[in-house]
Write a protein that binds this ligand. Structure first.
Ligand code: MRU
Length: 372
């Protein structure tokens, strides 16, 4: 994706060919700052403190974290401790565990002296694959948008715009490029469908207000940021034609875990007969879990609820308290939308029902793992 006319991915190698460069997403949308990571500890901190976030990007960063670790010390002991450090950074997005298992599968059988070069190669491949998968999600999702836009026009020939609601940030900032939920929006917008996106602000960290709005604005997609509780009202008044969200972990039965609040949007969409799609690459599917109830849900620091960050009129970035001194707060990061509320899953291989049969239909090689 382009920022200021210049193409960017969210993770790449610095000019020295070994440091890992990322965009510090905690500074967006006000400051565009890149950070170079030189150690696995820095990579772990970057994921934990959410300088990078979003399921596929967490996986890619962990893969590069393993490359940094192997460059410093390729021993078996360090291989084990580095992957354990990275694995403990965030619990819900399964791309993290997937990427680390991939890296371990590559690195464990080879001699220590060969590990660093192999780790960099494989991390690059994980990143490239993510870009290709997200691009394919964009194409498949575009077809759905085009079909729904055509049927909206048939029902109401005076319609001027197709309204899509999204939650959190599942755009290119959450992946290596393109995004998951936003990829179909970019492709459809570029193909000339007159889209407008309702952007849930996504408290407490406001990934919608800060990151999704930043992305859509950079790409020229018309959008409006709304308070999280607004979507239901808009749906009741025919101002939403479709919802698309991403996923941090989708279980073998099609249950979808995503940023907290997704479930309530799915319920409202269901009540109003609005298509609710989830876009995800197969690296987000946890074939080992039979139901969303088994997904570990991240609980983060309550300070993210009691405080809010923003820019002052003077241009400084500041964090202020918004609850009374002493009030307790709870910060649950994700929720699970049961498969029955999901109209379809948009993957790199195409669109399927949110069910075991649907997923196995697209990924027949997973039939045994997905068995009940
Ligand atoms: O806590 P975050 O910002 O990492 O949560 C991100 C989301 O919930 C995204 O919707 C999800 O990772 C899908 S992104 C492609």
């Amino acid at each position: 994706m382009k920022i200021g006319g210049r193409p960017y991915r969210t993770i790449w190698l610095a000019e020295d060919g070994w440091r890992v460069r990322i965009i510090d997403q905690t500074r967006l949308p006000f400051e565009f700052v890149c950070v170079d990571l030189a150690t696995v500890e820095e990579a772990a901190h970057t994921i934990r403190a959410m300088l990078v976030r979003g399921a596929p990007l967490i996986g890619a960063t962990a893969a590069y974290g393993m490359a940094l670790a192997m460059r410093a010390d390729p021993s078996d002991a360090h291989l084990a401790s580095a992957q354990a450090l990275l694995r403990a950074t965030r619990p819900t997005a399964v791309n993290l565990m997937w990427a680390l298992d991939e890296m371990l599968g590559q690195l464990t059988p080879v001699k220590p002296a060969e590990r660093a070069a192999l780790a960099y190669r494989h991390a690059a491949q994980i990143s490239d694959n993510d870009v290709a998968q997200c691009r394919a999600i964009g194409e498949h999702g575009h077809h759905i948008i085009a079909r729904l836009w055509a049927s909206a026009q048939q029902q109401n020939p005076a319609i001027k715009v197709f309204n899509i609601l999204t939650h959190c940030n599942a755009g290119w900032l959450a992946t290596v490029d393109w995004g998951t939920a936003l990829a179909p929006i970019y492709v459809a917008h570029d193909a000339g469908i007159p889209l407008h996106v309702w952007v849930d602000e996504t408290r407490p960290r406001n990934q919608g207000a800060s990151l999704t709005a930043f992305e859509l604005k950079s790409h020229g997609v018309p959008h409006t940021v709304i308070a999280d509780n607004t979507g239901g009202h808009l749906m009741q008044h025919d101002h939403v034609h479709m919802a698309i969200v991403g996923s941090d972990r989708t279980t073998a039965n099609g249950d979808v875990c995503n940023k907290v609040g997704t479930y309530l949007k799915a319920l409202a969409a269901h009540d109003n007969g609005i298509p609710f799609y989830v876009a995800l690459p197969s690296t987000t599917i946890d074939w080992t879990l039979k139901s969303g109830r088994d997904i570990p849900i991240e609980e983060r620091d309550a300070r993210e609820v009691t405080h809010i960050a923003g820019r002052t009129a003077a241009g400084a970035m500041e964090t202020v308290q918004i609850v009374p001194d002493g009030s307790k707060a709870l910060n649950i990061g994700f929720d699970v939308t049961p498969a029955r509320y999901v109209t379809g899953l948009i993957t790199e291989r195409g669109v399927c029902k949110a069910s075991r049969e649907g997923l196995v239909g697209l990924y027949p090689e997973r039939t045994r793992e997905a068995a009940e």
